[in-house]
Design a protein around this ligand. Sequence first.
Ligand code: DC
Length: 238
Amino acid sequence: MTLEPRRLVITIDGPAGSGKSTVSKILAKRLGYIYVDTGAMYRAVAVLARDSGEPNPLDEPLLEAICSELDLRFVSKNGEPRLLANGRDGTEEIRKPEISSLASAVSAREVVRERLSDIQRSMGAAGGVVLEGRDMGTVVFPDADIKFFLDAGPDIRSQRRYLELEAKGEKVAPAEVHQQMLERDRNDRNRPLAPLKAAADAIVVDSSNLKIEEVVQLMLDHIGAKREAHSVMVGEND
Ligand code: DC
């Protein structure tokens, strides 16, 4: 009989550019957990809506049809997660700047939120998972074992996003990135359904003046304490 840490459900919510993706990926790798990027799923729905041929990508029957046939899977390639939407790899396409605003708009729609929340719950059901998004700790996994809300000042967040896009060769102006990010934040925070906010029991981390490794370490300290408290007995009874 051995005592092993239970595989936890860890949620990381926060606005764009707060460092969620970088930190969530590292945490999942270190813990041997599955990493679920829920923003990528909203982005995938936005790409499907844009490419549907329907002039209005926010048309309700269109979004209903997309959601009813939706098949989303994360696969790992060279250690990096890739998202297959209805069998097609959309990993690069979903990161285009013009998809960010459309993803935010489709994410305000009930039919989309319900479908994606169901998929996310099934992905996290067995535990051993780090889920990042906007409503992971508030709506999708209100009973998560440990919840983080990662934040940073708006100037720092838009600077990070700009550098990220520039590194990918996207031609964007810093002021435009800043403007779009603030607008998207406003939409995500003020929508009636599952708005971006910290869960009452979330650990709030401001990453403005912290290095990535410092954020990761701080989170691992919290997680370590929780894992020990939740250890389970495994093996044969003698
Ligand atoms: O994390 P991201 O920037 O890739 O997310 C894209 C959009 O998807 C974001 O503007 C809001 C929406 N989103 C959401 O509403 N709920 C989530 N759990 C994740 C993302």
